[in-house]
Design a protein around this ligand. Structure first.
Ligand code: GBH
Length: 444
């Protein structure tokens, strides 16, 4: 097929979703420990206490990746392992774990791609206001420096934040993810403080020796329910500003998109002198996570938001009920290119994938044909974007392993490898062999 020279083919995970070992080696509590242990928050009371036990089984997981043939692995550091209270000196035993993992990956020919923050905020920082508190941005930069100081000599790629829009929306506005706050649009300062933390961390990472630095956003193309309806089009535009622009425009252009239609509080009092230039610090790449488009209609009068989400019903869906629309992925990539033109840095697709209720058959196989079709169609869409001249340099399937799917617990299975949570047995699915064959360059 001929992907660009040096293209990264990878798989991705996140600390709280796979590691377990939440009390080991000095790790402190995160917002997700507290949230998952609060009755009623996570389906069936599941927690990340054990997860995939990756903290102990990482040698087996690295071996699985080596066999898979990926040349990069995207994983996140648990901030509360590195700084148990969220500030101050680093916990050396926490960093030792990542040090061993990084060395093992390099020995297997796999480039480590590290995300600093995939939603597990140290609980003491949340107790002080979390991302509503501007100080958390400075704490984040300090953590970034400590991580880079230890690991940057061997980590090829650094991602500051994973999907900050999800933290603002699901964590602080709607309360369905940690820390479970229901501030609705009053959660908007968490957007500015995360962006400030990102910008400060870019400088801190480079100061610590990091070579390639960027951030990862979640994107979902916004479809008006009735394209003929001006009210539905306005709803889609308001959603687009929130979901697709609020964490990208400031980084790439130094300015927020027009958020007036969103109807939240004025951000101006939170934006101090120089903040926007810090946030717009040059980055080396933009990470793109794509799962599905979103359909919007005008909200009922007096509703709290300027948009209402409606189900997309005319496409097949994944186990999460998310519509499978590879064309929306292509149009997203084209929109990013059109919107930011020369200001758009190289892109990496840092997550794309799907869940299905995969089961191990009596003969020991896991037939996940639907996942193969999903990945094949989305990789083909990405391929078209590359042929269009969009600079895409890597693709990471979500996920290596079935894992803790946040508020849905262990029910959804996103992995290329099945995990039996009773025994921790790993069973590569059919998609694992398919991905291996796709990304393995045949000898000439
Ligand atoms: C990513 O989030 C995360 O980075 C990753 O940790 C996670 O495991 C993976 O995706 C799979 O979910 O139910 O219609 O309201 C993707 C962002 C946020 C997208 C929540 C779906 C719920 C849509 N997701 N959102 S809906």
């Amino acid at each position: 097929m001929g992907f660009p020279e040096g293209f990264r083919w990878g798989v991705a995970t996140a600390a709280y979703q796979v590691e377990g070992a939440v009390h080991e080696d000095g790790r402190g509590p995160s917002t997700w420990d507290v949230f998952a242990h609060t009755p009623g928050r996570v389906r069936d009371g599941h927690t990340g206490d054990v997860a995939c036990d990756h903290y102990h089984r990482w040698p087996e997981d690295v071996a699985l990746m080596k066999e898979l043939g990926v040349n990069s692995y995207r994983f996140s550091l648990a901030w509360p392992r590195v700084q148990p209270s969220g500030s101050g000196a680093a916990n050396p035993r926490g960093l030792d774990f990542y040090d061993r993992l990084v060395d093992a990956l390099l020995a297997a020919g796999i480039e480590p791609a590290v995300t600093l923050y995939h939603w597990d905020l140290p609980q003491p920082l949340e107790d002080a206001g979390g991302w509503m508190n501007r100080d958390t941005a400075y704490r984040f930069a300090e953590y970034a420096y400590r991580a880079a100081d230890r690991l940057a000599d061997r980590v090829g790629m650094w991602i500051t934040l994973n999907e900050p829009v999800v933290v603002t929306a699901y964590g602080y506005a709607f309360g369905v993810y940690a820390p479970g706050r229901t501030l609705m649009l009053d959660a908007l300062p968490t957007a500015h403080h995360q962006l400030l933390g990102h910008g400060l961390a870019v400088t801190a990472l480079r100061g610590g020796g990091a070579r390639r630095v960027g951030l990862t956003n979640h994107y979902s193309p916004a479809w008006p329910a009735d394209p003929e309806s001006a009210a539905d089009r306005d709803a889609a535009l308001a959603f687009d500003a929130f979901m697709n622009r609020m964490f990208t425009d400031p980084v790439l252009t130094g300015a927020y998109p027009d958020l007036t239609a969103l109807g939240g509080p004025d951000l101006a009092p939170y934006v101090h002198d120089l903040d926007m230039s810090v946030i717009a610090s040059p980055i080396d790449f933009l990470g793109v996570n794509y799962y599905q488009p979103t359909r919007l209609q005008a909200p009922p009068a007096g509703g709290p938001l300027p948009f209402d989400m409606v189900d997309i019903t005319e496409y097949p869906v994944t186990g999460m009920g998310w519509p499978i629309v590879p064309d929306a992925f292509l149009s997203l990539l084209r929109t990013l290119r059109a919107r930011y033109s020369n200001g758009l840095p190289p892109l990496y697709v840092t997550e794309n994938g799907c869940s299905f209720p995969d089961e191990v058959a009596p003969d020991g196989t896991v037939d996940d044909t639907a996942r193969i079709e999903f990945l094949d169609a989305h990789i083909a869409a990405m391929r078209t974007a590359i042929d269009d001249g969009i600079d895409i340099r890597g693709y990471y399937a979500w996920s290596l392993l079935d894992n803790f799917e946040w508020a849905e617990g262990y029910h959804p299975r996103f992995g290329l490898v099945h995990v039996d949570y009773e025994t921790q047995k790993r069973t590569p699915k059919r998609s694992y062999a398919w991905y291996r064959d796709l990304i393995t360059v045949p000898p000439k």
